[in-house]
Design a protein around this ligand. Structure first.
Ligand SMILES: [Zn+2]
Length: 208
């Protein structure tokens, strides 16, 4: 598998490229700010982008979707709660996704986890069994804010509790470079992320 984390823009965003080495099929995740930088990676590996995946529909993650869709003619995969936001960009080739859906990138299998809280359109993408794109649901040693439109503290707590229960060896790749390193593991987060370390919703509420 080809897997690249790409730092883009001035808000410490991460876009990602996932590609199948054999079939050369690829998906780009959260194209924003610097599509040229993303396309240089796909060119380097001779990949064909046929899917655009969205972790959630905040502008800093979808800023480049229209341009990327135009260049690649790829369909945009977004949670059904974010469909309108993508339509508003002027993109028509949309596939809505929800909890448990599976997405193929060549021979690579992705599973969708619906993880609302930061925004109603938040999902995580589990790649195979050991890598997970967590968008703004879970950062290295942090989590997304909830004081913007659509934020929900109870849902965020539940989503984070759910991620906490997952296999400790899963590597996590967030939507922003806000931690002490660009990626980590569920184990590291359970030990170092205050939002996962807290033991109750009440405790979680005092931290927000
Ligand atoms: Zn963001």
């Amino acid at each position: 598998m080809i897997f690249e984390q790409i730092a883009v823009g001035h808000m410490q965003n991460f876009a990602y490229v996932i590609g199948d080495k054999k079939t050369k099929e690829a998906a780009v995740v959260d194209p924003a700010w610097e599509n040229g930088k993303i396309l240089n990676i796909t060119k380097k590996y001779n990949l064909k982008i046929n899917k655009i995946l969205i972790t959630h529909t905040d502008f800093d993650h979808i800023d480049g979707v229209k341009g990327m869709a135009k260049i690649t003619n790829a369909a945009v995969y977004v949670h059904k709660n974010g469909e309108k936001d993508i339509k508003n960009l002027g993109v028509n080739k949309i596939k809505t996704i929800d909890e448990g859906d599976e997405i193929d990138i060549g021979k690579i299998k992705l599973t969708v986890l619906y993880t609302p809280g930061h925004k109603p359109s938040c999902v995580c993408f589990l790649i195979g069994t050991n890598k997970m794109l967590t968008g703004d649901t879970l950062f290295v040693e942090g989590c997304g804010r909830i004081d913007m439109l659509g934020g929900d503290i109870k849902k965020q707590y539940e989503s984070l509790q759910r991620l906490k229960q997952m296999d400790e060896n899963i590597e996590i790749y967030p939507g922003h470079d806000y931690g002490s390193m660009p990626s980590s593991t569920i184990k590291h987060e359970k030990e170092n992320n205050p939002f996962l370390r807290c033991r109750s919703f009440e405790e979680f509420s005092t931290m927000r």
